[in-house]
Design a protein around this ligand. Structure first.
Ligand code: FES
Length: 150
């Protein structure tokens, strides 16, 4: 075997190793695109979601193909105010977990996102730097329900 053959094999191995590693590692620093809007609305009776009957209460659920089939987090941020955010992280598509202590933490790199009204869906620390997608959520006091616009 010549030196040129060894060099060539070494270059191929390095190239294959790099390709394999890059396919296994999350794309750190790659900003996630927001899921496309579906134009659908989902109405939730608060009597069916008791976690939303108190201020600060939240649910984490999927609603069909909305939000690209990924769950959303719905939070009661006030007596008559509800807010909804995607669980798809704005950093590299990790998944935001169920809220605790007014934040939802990404399972991939750990950025916490606020679930409080004033800075809802905003990252509280890196590596994420931009808010996750939010969905307009309206409260109907008469029907005691909320409607999420996807
Ligand atoms: S994917 Fe990196 S912080 Fe969420």
């Amino acid at each position: 075997m010549t030196d040129e053959t060894l060099q060539s094999r070494r270059e191929i191995l390095v190239a294959l190793t790099c390709a394999a590693c890059s396919s296994l590692l999350p794309a750190c620093g790659t900003k996630t695109e927001s899921p496309p809007a579906t134009g659908q609305t989902v109405t939730i009776k608060l009597s069916d979601e008791t976690a939303l009957t108190t201020i600060g209460g939240s649910i984490r659920k999927s609603y069909g193909t909305n939000n690209a089939g990924q769950p959303v987090i719905v939070v009661r941020t006030g007596q008559s105010e509800f807010k909804t955010m995607s669980t798809v992280c704005s950093h590299s598509s990790g998944s935001l977990q169920a809220p605790s202590n007014n934040r939802s933490v990404c399972d991939l790199h750990g950025s916490p996102f606020s679930t409080q009204s004033a800075n809802f869906a905003q990252p509280l620390s890196g590596p994420a730097t931009t808010a996750v997608k939010t969905f307009t959520t309206t409260f109907d006091a008469t029907a005691n329900s909320i409607t999420i616009q996807f």
